[in-house]
Design a protein around this ligand. Structure first.
Ligand code: F6P
Length: 529
């Protein structure tokens, strides 16, 4: 498909259709169909997806579904769930969905059922989390743990950090959670400054156990611990989560404290695996299981619901409409729930690292746009920052509003005000307001948004929400015929950073371009205080 994608009758039909409907105003679509909301929303359990505030008609949806058919979306989806090696550049299966399946299910990988392995590891996570939560896990001097520092980067930390924050009301309040990712020593130093060695537990999360940032931070954390408690203390204060057990052991982590991970779990899809250990310790195993169950429920919906009511499919196709036919280059993620404050960062990684590609699965350069730029902030904060551009800027930026109907912290009428702001924003973007006398007060409206409402932000519903975004991204990757599960684009920068590091102490760097050489010289002369 791919290079042929834009030549297909389905793509051409959508281009023609766009020319016909681009003059329509969403406000008028609501006037023409008073039940438009009923016709353009879909509900799965406690999650409502409203897609009525887009400039689309039933014909648009039909044509988008035709495109999905032409791209074999359903077969591609089944290949993923069946464990086919769809990550072709790394020759790997993509089976994060297996991590949330019940123990009674069978999932075959290279002729072996992997479900027992998954549930054995879950049992292991239960033991570790119970023991830390109950104060049974003792540090080297016999004190129980008060602080858990997760060291990792990218997919090995963004998801756990986001979920621990999102589920704070369900967390054990006697434990403090910290996350260190940046190789900038300020990140680790500022974290350790607050902590006591005897009561701190480190979780080093790295699928490969080779990542520069993580290993540098882990080594410095180990040095900090051993400086006062001695090297024998490492056994009681370090856990590793990795697919490379040998490397973790070589680092000095006790074999009993290493939780496994598998190559068929991609980094940014790994919070459901042992990478989720910080979440499991924070909220306890039963809540962690509820998170998995919520995601599994969304998996089943994605597999079983008819495409025209299938939320990840519709969400993905609407994204295709905006990106490829309306030329929108960004997507704003706007959670109206303070506990989802880092959700936009999480979505930006899973979307942009998965679908920020410009060759197809056969290595051919593609001639259509892929992942939009993802950004966002929790409402209402963003309203007083970048929403100006959403309402009156020259670019049309589709928005995902994510709202939680129940607050965890009832206080006066805060929550009503929060909800009113969210809904008011979607309405303002859609309908606009004409002021012919004062053009600066003119709002053209016709700015598209989806609204997702969760009954409540509990582990189950969070699991559903996260799986929804995973599958939406899958749908788009399938239409674009790209490999959503590799990330070669991060490699060159990593390699060149290593080269630059090795030149810092060299006086002459004639082989480098003048900018790179100039920057290195500039830093060399100023880095010492
Ligand atoms: O940034 C690239 C990347 O490979 C991510 O995909 C991954 O989540 C992250 O680095 C961390 O990798 P690891 O878990 O191997 O340390």
């Amino acid at each position: 498909m791919s290079n042929k994608l834009t030549k297909t009758p389905e793509w051409k039909a959508l281009t023609d259709h766009h020319n016909k409907v681009k003059g329509l105003h969403i406000r008028d679509l609501f006037s023409e169909d008073v039940a438009r909301f009923d016709h353009f929303n879909s509900v799965h359990e406690g999650l409502l997806f409203d897609y009525s505030k887009h400039g689309i008609t039933q014909d648009t949806l039909t044509l988008l579904l035709n495109l999905a058919g032409a791209c074999d979306l359903e077969s591609r989806r089944n290949e993923m769930f069946d464990g086919k090696k769809i990550n072709s550049s790394e020759n790997r299966a993509v089976l994060h969905t297996a991590l949330r399946r019940p123990a009674s299910d069978t999932v075959e990988m290279d002729g072996k059922n992997i479900t027992p392995l998954i549930h054995e590891t879950l049992e292991n996570m239960k033991e570790v989390s119970d023991s830390v939560r109950k104060g049974e896990w003792k540090g080297y001097t016999g004190k129980h743990i008060t602080d858990i520092v997760t060291i990792g980067i990218g997919g090995s930390i963004i998801g756990p950090q986001m979920a621990v924050e999102a589920l704070k009301p369900f967390a054990n309040s006697d434990l403090n959670f910290h996350f260190v990712a940046n190789v900038d020593s300020s990140d680790l130093s500022e974290t350790l400054r607050l902590l006591h060695r005897e009561t701190t537990l480190f979780i080093v999360s790295s699928k490969t156990f080779t990542t520069q940032e993580t290993l540098t931070n882990a080594q410095s954390a180990k040095d900090w611990l051993c400086e006062k408690l001695g090297s024998d203390a490492v056994e009681d204060h370090f856990i590793a989560v990795t697919a490379d057990i040998k490397r973790a052991e070589a680092f000095g982590i006790d074999a009993n404290n290493i939780l496994p991970l598998w190559d068929w779990v991609g980094g940014r899809y790994s919070l459901w695996s042992s990478i989720g250990l910080p979440i499991c310790i924070a909220i306890g195993f039963d809540h962690f299981q509820a998170l998995l169950d919520g995601a599994h429920s969304m998996d089943k919906h994605f597999q079983e619901a008819p495409l025209e009511r299938n939320i990840p499919v519709i969400m993905g196709l609407i994204g295709i409409w905006h990106r490829n036919f309306c030329d929108s280059s960004a997507l704003a993620i706007l959670p109206y729930d303070q506990y989802l404050s880092t959700f936009p960062t999480y979505v930006s990684q899973i979307d942009m690292e998965s679908n920020g590609k410009s060759v197809d699965r056969d290595g051919q350069k593609i001639d259509y746009a892929t992942s939009p730029v993802i950004f966002g902030e929790p409402g209402t904060n963003g309203q007083h920052a970048f929403y100006q551009a959403l309402h009156q800027g020259t670019d049309i930026i589709p928005c995902d509003f994510i709202i939680t109907a129940q607050t965890q912290n009832p206080l006066g009428n805060h929550h009503d005000k929060l909800m009113a702001n969210a809904i008011g924003q979607t309405q303002a973007l859609m309908q606009g307001q004409i002021d012919e006398e004062k053009p600066y007060k003119n709002f053209e409206g016709n700015r598209p948004s989806s609204t997702i409402i969760l009954g409540q932000l509990d582990p189950y519903h969070l699991g559903m929400l996260l799986a929804l975004y995973e599958h939406k991204i899958f749908v788009q990757g399938a239409i674009w015929n790209i490999n959503s599960f590799d990330q070669w684009g991060v490699e060159l920068g990593k390699m060149l950073a290593q080269n630059v590091l090795s030149t810092f102490d060299k006086k002459e760097n004639h082989e480098l371009d003048s900018s790179t050489r100039g920057l290195i010289e500039h830093i060399r002369t100023r880095k010492k205080p």
